[in-house]
Ligand binder design. Structure first.
Ligand SMILES: [Zn+2]
Ligand SMILES: [Zn+2]
Length: 162
């Protein structure tokens, strides 16, 4: 069946094998510091936002899922490993990783949970010395980098056929 509604948000994994669309504004944008989210995201926290299942569709491919608890399914791309989703199976909602959205800055976290596992220096991160990518990597090396990341928009096919 073709989806007639226009998505308000779209996103997907780094390699482009899995893409998704949100047909409503997501709610409860948050970061979770719990140890399971740290592990699943390979990071200090997970950034997630929620949408009802009837306002959500996988539009290309499908994630592989890992049951990190008996009732919790975590979806990721089996080809590139990007963490994509988190879902309590008894609910009709799905959490999407904010970083996998095509426009992550449009969804600003509003609360923190799982703070018993928060790394103690979390609040100091924003004060670390900073640099743009083109300041940190010499131009000759930057010019030689050929990105294989899927662009932050819909594509007909990825990678493009040449
Ligand atoms: Zn992928
Ligand atoms: Zn968590």
């Amino acid at each position: 069946m073709t989806e007639e509604r226009q998505p308000l948000h779209s996103g997907g994994c780094q390699c482009g094998a899995v893409r998704y669309a949100l047909y409503a504004q997501p709610y409860n944008p948050h970061i979770c510091h719990c140890r399971m989210c740290q592990k699943a995201f390979g990071s200090f926290f997970a950034a997630l936002t929620v949408v009802d299942l009837h306002d959500f569709a996988w539009t290309r491919g499908a994630p592989t899922v890992f049951l990190s608890s008996a009732q919790v399914e975590r979806g990721f791309c089996s080809a590139c490993g990007t963490p994509l989703s988190f879902r309590h199976l008894e609910t009709e909602r799905i959490n999407l990783s904010i970083g996998s959205l095509d426009a992550p800055a449009r969804v600003r976290p509003e609360r923190q949970i799982g703070i018993e596992s928060r790394v103690p220096w979390f609040s100091e991160l924003a004060a670390l010395p900073e640099a743009r990518t083109d300041e940190a990597i010499p131009p000759e090396r930057l010019a030689g980098i050929e990105s294989r990341q899927h662009p932050d928009r819909e594509t007909e096919a990825w990678p493009p056929r040449s």
